[in-house]
Design a protein around this ligand. Sequence first.
Ligand code: PMP
Length: 420
Amino acid sequence: MSNAPLMKSEKDVSGGLDVIKVREDFPILQRSVHGRPLVYLDNAASSQMPRQVIDRLVYYQTHEHANVHRGVHTLSQLASTAFEDARRTAQHFLGAREEREIIFVRGATEAINLVMNSYGRAFIGEGDEIILSAMEHHANIVPWQMLCQEKGARLRVIPMDDAGELLLDEYEKLFNARTRFVALSHVSNALGTINPVREMVATAHAHGVPVLLDGAQAAPHIPVDVQALDCDFYVFSGHKLCGPTGSGVLYGKAALLEKMPPWQGGGDMILNVTFGRTTYNELPYKFEAGTPAIAPVIGLGAAINYLTAIGLERIAAHEQALLEYATEAVRDIEGLCIIGTARHKAAVLSFTLGDIHPHDIGTILDQHGIAVRAGHHCAQPVMQRFGVPATARASFAFYNTFEEVDALLKGIHEVRKVFA
Ligand code: PMP
């Protein structure tokens, strides 16, 4: 059932973005939930897909599907061309120097596991140290912990202050002769903090230590240039960037990727196989064993093209305006406490409301058609740091409107009424 179109207001044309027009690209935003217009504010978990991406997937499945890289027939060549076009698209999106620095994976989690299994197992050993931050997603903690258990290495953690900003002096102090790796979120999913990663990479490099940046929450929201950041690895997921699930990117500097052993064996990652010995394929195929997620990757290429046509600067400006508007508005709500008040934030609003459990907040908001996330956001150490079991989190995308922020505020007042 379609909802009445939202009224266009001046406020909706922030950052030069015509949000009402943009929303027409997203079929799912037209639906209702529990008889109310859907207000989708769970974008940090997964964002929605525009018709341009859906159409690209349908075209691929109806005109081009075949396995890639192996066939001489027409369909295989079409699929291979589309797949490799997506690689070039991702390369330009991240500002990578070379196409072969882009490895397609299932998502940010798989990308980090790839680096841990390949780089980590080859170059990190007993007594070595890995620096992480206190605000990492479990995807950027658990793989490194597994490596530490296997190798007898240890994790060192950069602390943060009450606003959710990393303590850079403490970061500097963590480096010593045993430091081998730094793994750091570009933007925190639980707090929204945008970390000063360029400076933090420079610090690590001054100690000769490579850095992986987890860009799962950054790449969809702010312009990223891996050469300017000078990071050694950068990872992100397609489904948070208006693309399909099952697609993601690992960027790595070619010199490092060349030195790293493959992490999975199989077809496509080889040049020559005998029972005695296998010669591995060149980059990027050395790290892409087996049939890849062809359709999701092609969809990811379409999603990147869609976002870049809008412009990441315009996206960031609109989302920032939504965040400021929402942050200002919730300040007046009695008992509401924002978790994560860093000076530089992406459009994530994590909060608690008195002693009302965040799951209750999420459930009641859902009754009003409003989708937010409630829980620990796969960042339990962040919850421990702030002494809360969970938060409710509204996370905005460029297709969200100020009216939707107003709906959220109204919804929060409804929650308060239920528990009054
Ligand atoms: N890192 C961060 C900061 C995230 O927010 C997420 C997803 N919530 C991930 C990593 C993992 O992404 P995925 O589940 O798509 O692999």
